[in-house]
Design a protein around this ligand. Sequence first.
Ligand SMILES: C[S@@+](CC[C@H](N)C(=O)[O-])C[C@H]1O[C@@H](n2cnc3c(N)ncnc32)[C@H](O)[C@@H]1O
Length: 310
Amino acid sequence: MTQRRAGGVRVGVLLAPIRLRAVWLCHGHTLAASVEAMTDTVSPQEADAATEKLLGQWRSDLASWAIPDEILGQADESPWTHPVSMFTVDDEIADSNSHARARDAVPTGGSVLDVGSGGGRAAMALVPPAGSLVAVDHQQEMLDAFADAATRRGVRARLVLGDWPDVADDTPECDVVVCHHVAYNVADIAPFLRALDDHAARRVVLELPMHHPMSNMNPLWKKFWDLDRPTRPTAHDLEAIALALGFDAHLEVWQDETWGRRVTLPDAERVRFARIRLCLSADRDAEVAAALIAQADAQPREVATLWWDV
Ligand SMILES: C[S@@+](CC[C@H](N)C(=O)[O-])C[C@H]1O[C@@H](n2cnc3c(N)ncnc32)[C@H](O)[C@@H]1O
């Protein structure tokens, strides 16, 4: 494990115009307004403006997921928490496209930084070849679960408590940086991605569902609150941002057959978590259970691996 080097994006300014053109071609729907202003040559100022537009769209799309105050006011518990029991790691971790992409870049005995680590699914799947791990999470209970999983595997782990990228200066650079199922939490996504890139010696691998992780509950919001929920942003939007920031990003989309079944939770716990997410009180558990059964909450989900070499 080496100490992090100074500096931010290495190629952003130089490559931004070229990359933006590629993004426009792939995501005309996302950048329709910007395309009007596009000419054969895009000045650095125009490229910066288009990047800002993408970042602003990401921020406002995420803001649109806010729960109306009149519903939130009726909730007994915060619907936005991440329960630790949903993110613990078994001894066996099903392999996935994201794990394989990351593993390809980890040298034998190499180091992995897991940002928004939870219990460590993204990092533990890389042991071996990884010989040392760093976890960053803003929940101490998640770091405790990470430490347990590392001990069970006999691998060294360093834990950093706090918000990424605020704690980036206290975090060492590693061969590979992984960041699974965090991006939709992050409104200010540019410094977040730049700090991931800045801490990787070889590769950055993010995993995120194609649509917001709460999207599967949209029909339930309609059923219980008659509320229409958003459909943006998507993983394509994050890919466009990564390209605009100058990263040589690739997006791979695949079906995660294990979604909703990665940890074995008693049915009552699943119902309770869903009910809390929906801002409903405990006396609605039976209704939530019936709705979940009707909808089959543990269906395979379309998931994206977004990765780049540094
Ligand atoms: C949905 S869980 C995913 C956990 C794990 N990466 C996985 O895939 O199983 C998101 C995790 O990221 C943490 N988190 C979210 N935003 C963060 C931030 N800005 N800095 C540090 N941790 C964050 C949460 O505490 C939680 O443990």
